[in-house]
Design a protein around this ligand. Structure first.
Ligand code: FHN
Length: 500
């Protein structure tokens, strides 16, 4: 009976822990009522005010690139799709079930011997990202399979032992930096085929000895990346959810301290480590761990309150899931440019950055759909980027028509849902110190009629401003209304309260 009770308690604590973990991404953060001592908490203050974090806040749009051995496979092998057999295209090493090719892991682990991307041109990728309007990029130096795209001294499983030989990470850092795009290095802690890695917390002396070797190997590679690529701006850590890494909280605390000392201004997200109580992303007192919320992956906060006060970015795939190259996009919903612009504007309207993932194939070519989307996003941003870059959340009632962003006294409304009557109504608190004074269409700077509409709804805390769209104005995609905020000219009329 006692054993049964113990299993039930463990199961409940796992459910609670999982819900707590997911709770960080499904609503406003709830500060724990009981504060506890946290020795291995954050090493940096929230909302850093240095130049590097100031740049992070202004990015708006980023590009993620997942590239590696999995890109050779493209989520299928000899005409057989891995869909349903592997969790994601970049997880294809773990392809299992009836569709998995015979001796697959061994086949996969030897693919590096044919990795020679003949179409790879880092400068072309960087130019495409520049033209798309990306201001930073995150590049997979090493994913969960452990294959390093730089000539690391700490593992033979790296690009120098593939036919391509050259240092891909260096080519990426140099090309993107030359285009003025900040580079962040994605680094997977977990390594599926590293003999010293283990998922569960090491218990025996042997396990502890081996995992300590793995921790040192990780530290060596991270210091090597900092030394080799000093132009990088930050690390984007992944694969930090296993109990083994969580148990090494003292080591990871010291490692983060060392990395930051080695590279002043280094930016590290909340996914890197946990406190001594096992709390990840946020310590056990609810304080963010790292410089920005790094849990918004294939999701965004539904309201500004969920991320109020913290910096954050959201990383997004174009297919439903799958970060590495997938040859076949048929039969699944892949996000359109309009979908992605909507997600971008949601993010920046809540002080976040939006990072769009590209998964080039094994030769270094982007998927044709990715090329098309990059071009369309770039064309849209050329016209409307003023509403995206360097903006902040506008403290207004969210609009049903689109998303507000603000920069000083410029208020932008990016309209995705054009009202049938051509009137864009904006709710402004009656006690607002600044209200819309003028309005123009950003696309052509056409002055728009702006009327104060005192609707007079009882108990209504807002007053309204109507922007009248030109009757003939049509737009194939979202458009931006730019307004100048001014001190209110007239006081809102005080009406008799309704008698109920
Ligand atoms: O397991 C990884 C996955 O392969 C991908 O890299 C994403 C994007 O960062 N992160 C993890 C899944 O959450």
């Amino acid at each position: 009976m006692r054993q049964k009770l113990k299993c039930v308690i463990i199961a409940i604590s796992i459910i609670v822990a999982t819900n707590n973990a997911n709770g960080q991404w499904t609503g406003p953060k709830v500060k724990p009522s009981k504060q506890v001592e946290v020795k291995y908490g954050s090493l940096t203050p929230p909302n850093r005010t240095d130049a590097d974090m100031a740049s992070f806040r202004k990015y708006g749009l980023g590009q993620f690139i997942h590239w590696g051995i999995y890109s050779i496979v493209g989520n299928e092998w000899n005409g057989v799709s891995a869909r349903g057999g592997a969790a994601a295209s970049e997880w294809i090493r773990s392809w299992g079930g009836p569709t998995a090719p015979k001796d697959w892991k061994n086949t996969y682990d030897n693919l590096y011997k044919q990795f020679n991307p003949k179409d790879f041109d880092a400068k072309r990728w960087a130019k495409q990202a520049k033209d798309m309007g990306a201001k930073y990029m995150i590049f997979t130096t090493k994913h969960h399979d452990g294959f390093a795209l730089w000539p690391t001294k700490y593992s033979d499983y790296n690009i120098s032992n593939a036919p391509y030989k050259k240092d891909i990470v260096k080519e990426i850092v140099d090309a993107y930096t030359a285009e003025g795009i900040d580079v962040y290095l994605y680094f997977s802690v977990l390594e599926w085929n590293n003999p010293n890695y283990m998922g569960k917390a090491p218990k025996t002396d042997e396990e502890k000895k081996n995992f300590d070797k793995f921790l040192q190997y990780t530290r060596n590679q991270l210091l090597e990346l900092l030394a080799n690529y000093p132009k990088m701006k930050g690390f984007w850590f992944d694969g930090t959810w296993d109990a083994s890494w969580k148990s090494a909280y003292e080591f990871t605390y010291k490692l983060e301290k060392e990395l930051r000392e080695k590279h002043p201004g280094l930016i590290i997200g909340s996914r890197f480590r946990n406190d001594e109580h096992g709390s990840r992303h946020f310590d056990s007192n609810g304080n963010i761990l790292g410089d920005y919320e790094q849990g918004w992956e294939r999701k965004l906060p539904a309201e500004f309150e969920w991320v109020k006060g913290n910096d954050w970015d959201a990383v997004m795939t174009i297919p439903p899931n799958g970060w590495g190259y997938m040859k076949d996009w048929s039969g699944i919903y892949t996000k359109t440019t309009d979908d992605l612009l909507d997600l971008l504007m949601q993010a920046v309207s809540m002080n976040g950055n939006f990072v769009l993932n590209f998964g080039p194939d094994g030769n270094g070519k982007m998927h044709p759909e990715e090329d098309k989307i990059a071009k369309e996003i770039g064309e849209w941003l050329k016209v409307n980027g003023e509403a995206v870059y360097g903006v902040r959340h506008a403290s207004l009632v969210p609009s049903k028509l689109g998303y507000f962003t603000q920069k000083d006294t410029n208020l932008y409304l990016t309209v995705f849902n054009k009202p049938v009557n051509g009137i864009v109504r904006i709710a402004v608190p009656k006690n607002a110190k600044e209200v819309p004074g003028t309005a123009v269409l950003l696309v052509n700077h056409q002055q728009l009629q702006l009327k104060h509409a005192e609707i007079g709804l009882d108990l209504d805390k807002n007053t309204y401003y109507d922007v009248v769209l030109p009757t003939k104005f049509q737009s194939e995609s979202a458009f931006v209304i730019k307004m100048k905020l001014v001190t209110p000219k007239s006081k809102t009329t005080k009406l008799m309260d309704a008698k109920m």
